[in-house]
Ligand binder design. Structure first.
Ligand code: ZN
Length: 475
């Protein structure tokens, strides 16, 4: 790295961090109680747009507009556009200003969800990791690149924000379909979710999908005395447990072939082989004998599907009585990777249950969202790796997809974009719980990485990566 402009932007962003500018900006954002949940109110949410994001983005030369949410009662989307030339690359980024509830009384002594506190080299407060701190890092880096380049970027940038991510992004899918033209771009880059570990800069390229379905066995309306009827009347608890056991064994191995993905593609397998995914990196002893036999932990967690029992219910657990319960229910969840035929999950499970003799077990899909994964062999991935390595000295970890689920299909499938996520958080950040925090080291590295990424997007190599990506047939 020799470019003086890039060095200047890196120096300035470092100074902003050192001088407390970043902490002040983060504290201001954390103080907004922009909670989204079943009873979210626009009065709590919209000020984050009007008082924080819109002034910030406008000062950086963005033109801001609001896209009405097609879902009644859900907050609008903020679209900020900064178009320098129709000939330039266009990048779409994304963030969310809503947070989960504070759970104020559960925080450690001296900490509060709504005021930023520095403790043990980390900032504590609701939203520091999810997602206020993450998009603040990106916007701060962007501002320094614009300043260092005398008011220009060398690429076009569109930024989409929402206030409903924590309640499953109502309307996001629909608005991206309806406004595909306004959101059109060449590349998607955003920050959310965790790194693979605290000290390892990370790119992730998609996420596993999730399908939650209910299994039920409801042979009769009331319970039956187990002494008078046991042995001649079927027990729905036994039937349901057996049905589940026919789908996933006692070691977590999925037994229904059609609930599995195709073999792991070579570029994905290679990327997974370079990741450190073990008890040490995850901070918790993992079960070596759980999941698909013969697979590494990285392959089991990120390259394969898992079938979980989320709930399991029959009878009255608190008060067992001598009765055959009238019904049994369970919620199961399939976490799946790209290539899984998840939209047919009801039919797949139905066929399996019928063949296995469980015709009296009903299946119903409750909710689902697709899996996504940019090919790790894409030229955009090597481009992003180089941009990170330029300031970090080493290449980032490349996670083909997160184990969890983010609404990445909106960007990858609906808008058709190559998606590169650069997370500024880590697995221990307590996101969604009390004591949410963001280590200073991650902020400092994140700022430098994003300066590099935004700076490099204005260079010829980015255009080249874009052209090579387009020339590669989609696998
Ligand atoms: Zn969240």
């Amino acid at each position: 790295m020799t470019d003086a402009t890039k060095l200047k932007a890196l120096e300035n962003v470092h100074r902003f961090f050192q001088d407390g500018g970043f902490a002040d900006a983060l504290a201001k954002r954390v103080a907004y109680r922009s909670m989204s949940g079943p009873d979210a109110k626009d009065d709590d949410l919209l000020p984050y747009y009007h008082e924080i994001l819109e002034p910030d983005l406008t000062a950086m030369g963005f033109r801001c507009s609001y896209l009405q949410n097609p879902v009644a009662g859900a907050s609008p989307f903020l679209l900020a556009e900064r178009i320098e030339s129709p000939d330039f690359l266009t990048v779409l980024t994304y963030g969310h200003g809503d947070v989960v509830p504070g759970y104020d009384d559960q925080w450690e002594e001296g900490l509060s969800p709504w005021s930023l506190t520095l403790r043990d080299d980390a900032w504590y407060g609701r939203g520091v990791a999810d997602n206020k701190g993450q998009h603040l890092i990106n916007l701060t880096a962007l501002r320094e690149v614009i300043a260092a380049r005398d008011g220009r970027l060398g690429f076009n940038l569109k930024a989409l924000f929402e206030l409903g991510e924590e309640r499953s992004s109502p309307g996001l899918r629909q608005v991206c379909k309806e406004r595909a033209q306004a959101l059109a771009a060449d590349l998607f880059i955003a920050s959310d979710g965790p790194r693979v570990s605290k000290d390892q800069p990370t790119l992730f390229l998609g996420s596993r999908g999730s399908a939650v379905f209910e299994l039920s066995c409801t042979p009769r309306a009331g319970g039956l005395h187990s002494g008078n009827w046991g042995g001649i009347m079927k027990n729905p608890g036994v039937v349901l447990a057996s049905a589940i056991a026919s789908m996933v064994d006692g070691k977590g191995r999925i037994l229904v072939q059609d609930l599995l993905p195709p073999p792991i593609p070579t570029p994905v397998r290679d990327a997974l082989a370079r990741l450190k995914v073990d008890s040490e990196s995850l901070g918790r002893k993992i079960d070596e004998d759980w999941g698909e036999p013969g697979f590494t932990a990285a392959e089991r967690l990120l390259g394969w599907n898992s079938l979980e029992v989320l709930t399991l219910h029959a009878g009255n657990y608190a008060k067992p009585v001598n009765a055959i319960p009238p019904a049994a229910y369970a919620h199961l969840q399939l976490r799946f990777v790209v290539g899984t035929n998840w939209t047919a999950i009801e039919d797949i499970v139905r066929t399996h249950l019928d063949q296995a003799g469980f015709t009296d077990v009903q299946v119903k899909l409750i909710r689902g969202s697709p899996a996504t994964r940019l090919d790790p062999a894409s030229s955009w991935v090597s481009w992003a790796k180089a941009a990170v390595k330029d300031v970090m000295g080493t290449e980032p970890a490349v996670v083909p997809n997160l184990g969890g689920t983010v609404p990445n299909d909106v960007f990858s499938d609906i808008l058709g974009l190559p998606t590169v996520w650069i997370p500024h958080s880590y697995p221990g950040c307590k996101q969604h719980a009390a004591n949410e925090h963001l280590p200073l080291s991650i902020v400092e590295q994140g700022l430098a990485m994003m300066v590099s990424v935004f700076w490099e997007l204005g260079e010829a190599a980015a255009l080249d990566a874009c052209n090579r990506h387009r020339a590669t047939p989609v696998a």
